[in-house]
Design a protein around this ligand. Structure first.
Ligand code: GLC
Ligand code: CA
Length: 546
């Protein structure tokens, strides 16, 4: 299958997020690797996704699962060689799958040679590559992100007897973006991977690049300048490649990351995600419609990227205090499930393994405006292990079968990089790819079909959205339109059957074709259009004038 050559390919993408080490171990050392992932590309192609996003695979002491990078232009030896990565890239492209990789610009590991030099003496030429200070009193207005582990954004360096700035773990010193040499170097790093052929980057933690006294050190104009400069170089030298922003911010602060179509192509819609869970729990569309109404228009070449879960805690940074309490009470009763300002659980356990709710949430993910991202394992309803530290409980080995090590690895079970999920409900004998492939009615088969339906039209990735406002507020209904095409999505957010009357006057004379079964529903007439939906049921209809 050839790659979609459109420069706006990311608008039609369905992205699968995966960490190399979690997916498949080809050499039996207990750690997933590039050849392993390459062997499983057929599985991903069958799932129907057309892009993968790989979490950091660079040399690293792995104290933040690779987000602590010790060298930017090669790969961690546990995952294979650079040549293995090249092969993976080529095989993915041959299957029509684009490869987006992670790039951590904000900080490095304290083991990175740049930092080792920088801290070695106050006169080292690399001293100014990081943010140093004689006091820990600067930039007081800056929040702490890893609240459960860090007390300050400054850490004392006993070697050069000064403080260095870090927004994340103290072993992740922030690079100094006021230094032109740093900016130049990071572009060099990006070019290295672009030349090899990667299709885009998820740029990690972008709001924090530059610091200024008297501000909260987030989203600063100077930071946007750095990012625009990277984009300018990207467009000049590598047109058609994509930048995706990880900026966990409110809609109004997110908007500038798209600028005039000259900064990021895509950005995660962080504020929407928790509100989907909230709407579901409240059985009310309001949290979802409200946040989408507050979401500013973005330039035509730009795109939101939507997700339900990822490798981090389900972040509750972009909700009010009251909303956060509500989310904690309903989705993380047990305190071990909480981390920083979030909930460290996977999709299926969050939804109490209720197949109807899992389908509904995936239906929303794939029909709201944006590019959906599926987190590995969620397509089979994998569980988590909240007893593993940090966010490791949602990063356990992929469950391929009910056999030895879930088919993930031939190693002794004790050698796996992380223990498999073992419990009776989510453990690999119960939840695995092989058994789900064998059953037409499994979640996996359902996901394959839904992804296929979504991919059958560009309207979901590119169309406009107009909300209908039926009196029944448990129903979330919207029409997506692109050119002559129109798709009506109707979602029942409640656990009880509902009837709804939709105002479809605009579409009088159209018939409705339900998209997964292709059956025809009655023609829209003079009267409000009446539909009934079972608990958590949803429909996608094509509107057709025939
Ligand atoms: C991003 C990543 C997270 C990591 C942090 C620090 O937020 O998603 O996993 O810990 O950056 O690099
Ligand atoms: Ca391996």
């Amino acid at each position: 299958m050839p790659l979609n050559q459109d420069v706006l390919w990311y608008k039609d993408a369905i992205i699968y997020q995966v960490h190399v080490r979690t997916f498949f171990d080809s050499n039996g050392d207990g750690i997933g690797d590039f050849p392993g992932l390459e062997q499983k590309l057929g599985y991903l192609q069958e799932l129907g996704i057309n892009a993968i996003w790989l979490m950091p695979f660079f040399p690293s002491p792995l104290r933040d699962d690779g987000y602590d990078i010790a060298e930017y232009t090669t790969v961690h030896s546990a995952y294979g060689t650079l040549d293995d990565f090249r092969k993976l890239l080529e095989s993915a492209h041959n299957r029509g799958i684009r490869v987006i990789i992670e790039m951590v610009l904000n900080h490095t590991s304290d083991q990175h040679p740049w930092f080792q030099e920088s801290r070695s003496s106050r006169h080292n030429p690399r001293r100014d590559w990081y943010v140093w200070s004689d006091t820990d009193e600067r930039y007081k207005g800056t929040r702490i992100i890893f609240l459960d582990t860090e007390k300050s954004n400054w850490a004392w360096d006993p070697i050069s007897k000064a403080y260095y700035w870090h927004r994340f773990f103290s072993h992740q010193p922030d690079l100094n973006y006021d230094n032109p040499a740093v900016r130049e170097q990071m572009w060099k790093v990006m070019s290295f991977w672009l030349e090899m052929g990667v299709d885009g980057f998820r740029l990690d933690a972008v709001p924090y690049l530059v610091e200024r006294e008297g501000t909260n050190c987030e989203n600063l104009p100077e930071t946007h300048e750095v990012l625009k400069d990277l984009r300018r170089r990207l467009d000049e030298q590598f047109p058609g490649r994509m930048l995706l922003a990880e900026a966990n911010q409110w809609p109004a602060d997110l908007r500038p990351y798209f600028a005039d179509g000259n900064e990021f192509h895509m950005a995660f819609h962080f504020p929407l995600m928790p509100r989907m869970f909230m709407g579901l729990k409240l059985e009310d569309r309001k949290p979802i419609t409200e946040i989408l109404q507050q979401t500013p228009e973005i330039p035509p070449s730009c795109q939101w990227s939507l997700f339900l879960r990822n490798h981090d805690e389900l972040t509750l940074e972009m909700v009010t205090d009251m909303e956060r309490d509500y989310m904690y009470d309903t989705y993380a009763e047990n305190k071990t499930m909480r981390l920083n300002l979030g909930i460290r659980r996977r999709l299926a356990p969050l939804l109490e393994n209720d197949r109807r709710r899992i389908e509904l949430m995936n239906g929303l993910l794939m029909s709201l405006p944006g590019t959906p991202i599926v987190y590995y394992g969620d397509e089979i309803g994998m569980g988590d292990n909240i007893n593993l530290g940090d966010r490791n409980g949602v990063r356990t080995p992929m469950q391929w079968s009910g056999g030895w090590n879930a088919g993930f690895s031939t190693a002794e079970p004790d050698r796996l990089y992380a223990p498999l999920i073992q419990n009776p409900v989510y453990g690999y004998p119960a939840v695995n790819v092989l058994s789900q492939l064998g059953s037409e009615h499994s979640l996996l088969r359902w996901m394959q079909r839904m992804i296929m339906v979504r991919a059958s039209t560009a309207v979901f990735g590119r169309g406009s959205i107009e909300f209908l406002r039926p009196a029944n507020h448990r129903i979330l209904a919207y029409v997506r339109r692109l050119g002559k095409e129109a798709v009506l999505a109707v979602n029942n957010l409640s656990g009880a059957a509902q009837a709804v009357e939709l105002d479809l006057k605009k579409y009088k004379g159209n018939i409705l074709i339900e998209m997964s079964g292709k059956n025809i529903f009655p023609r829209v007439g003079e009267q409000p259009y009446l539909l009934t939906l079972g608990p958590y049921q949803f429909f996608w209809f094509r509107l057709r004038r025939i």
